[in-house]
Design a protein around this ligand. Sequence first.
Ligand SMILES: NC(=O)c1ccc[n+]([C@@H]2O[C@H](COP(=O)([O-])OP(=O)(O)OC[C@H]3O[C@@H](n4cnc5c(N)ncnc54)[C@H](OP(=O)(O)O)[C@@H]3O)[C@@H](O)[C@H]2O)c1
Length: 306
Amino acid sequence: MRAAFYNEFGDPDRVQVGEMPDPEPGDGEVLIRNRAAAVGIWDVKMLRGMFGRQRAFPVVPGFEVAGTVERAAGDLSEGERVYGSLQSKGSGAYAELVVVPPDHLVSIPEGHDFSEASALVISAGTAYEGLVDRARLRAGESVLVTAASGGVGTAAVQIAAAIGAHVVAVASAGNHEYLRGLGVETTVDYHDDSFVQRLRDAAPGGYDVLFDGTGTEVRERATALLRGGGRGVYIVGPPKEPRADIDTIAFSATVGRERLTAINRYVSEGKLTMPIEAEYPLEQAAQAVAQVARGHTRGRVVLRIG
Ligand SMILES: NC(=O)c1ccc[n+]([C@@H]2O[C@H](COP(=O)([O-])OP(=O)(O)OC[C@H]3O[C@@H](n4cnc5c(N)ncnc54)[C@H](OP(=O)(O)O)[C@@H]3O)[C@@H](O)[C@H]2O)c1
C-alpha cells in the first residue's frame, strides 16, 4: 500500500510517501480501505517528538480515518462507509489500508463525505467530551471558546450553540465572519488591546464555562473571566495558577463509538459540520502537515486517499 511516514523526529519535511507492507487485521479487527485522513496539530507535535520519543520507526502518522470496510468484524459489514479513531492502536491513518477496532468506528451519515467525516473525529470528539461529558454545559449558560476557528474550536462553538448556550468566541479578526456563519453571536479578536474588556462586556456576570484550546496567555486571561463556581475546560493543559473557586477540567480526549454516535446525531440534524480549509492528495502529505504546523488552520486540513 501507499503510506506517508517518517523515520526520525523533526519538521514536516521529514514526512515522505512510499510503499509499506499491507497491515493484517487481528481477530475482531476491521480492515478499512481508507479514503481520507484528517491532519491534526497533534500529528505535528508527535512528529516533533513532543508526545514522547520512544517510537518504532517508520511512524505512519494520523489518528482519524474515513473509508469503506474491506474486511468486516463486529457488527460492521463489507463495503460500509465508516469513520473513526485510531487512538487505541497508535497512529497510522495516512495510509491506503488501516486496521481499526470496530468499537472505534461508526457509519458516515447520509450526504456527508469521507473528508468531512475524518475531520470530525478528534476535533468534534474532544469538543463533545469537554463541553457535554465533562463540563455538562446547559442551555442558557454562557460559554467562552478560545482558538475558536481551529478544528476543535469549530466543533465546540457549534455543539455549544446546539445545546442552547450563549457562545462568545475568541479568534483573529479574519475568522470572525466564518464563526458567525457557524452560529456564534459574539466574536472577539485576541490581538485587540481591549479584548479582555470586550469579553467582560459580553458576559458582565462572568462566564459559566470556558473551553480553552490555546494554552497561551489568552487562557490565563480568559480563566479570570469565569464566574465563581464556573467550569474551566482545558485541552492544552490547565492554567499555571488554577483558581480554587472554579472547577478545573484538563483532559486528554478519547474518541470511541459512543462519542462518535453522539456526534453523528448533531451532524444528521444539521447542527454540526466541519469545514475543510484545504485538501491534499496523500502524495503531498508533507505539505499538508506543514500547513497545519503554522498553527492557524480554519476548520481542518485533510489528506485525500485513493
Ligand atoms: N487534550 C486533548 O485531548 C486535545 C485534543 C485535540 C486538540 N488538542 C490541542 O488543542 C489545541 C487546539 O487544537 P486545534 O486542532 O483546534 O488546533 P488548530 O486547528 O491548529 O487551531 C488552532 C487555533 O489557535 C488559534 N491561535 C493560534 N495562535 C494563537 C495564540 N497565540 N493565541 C490564541 N489563539 C491562537 C488560531 O486562531 P487564529 O488563526 O484565529 O489566530 C487557530 O485557529 C492544540 O494545541 C491541540 O494539540 C488537545
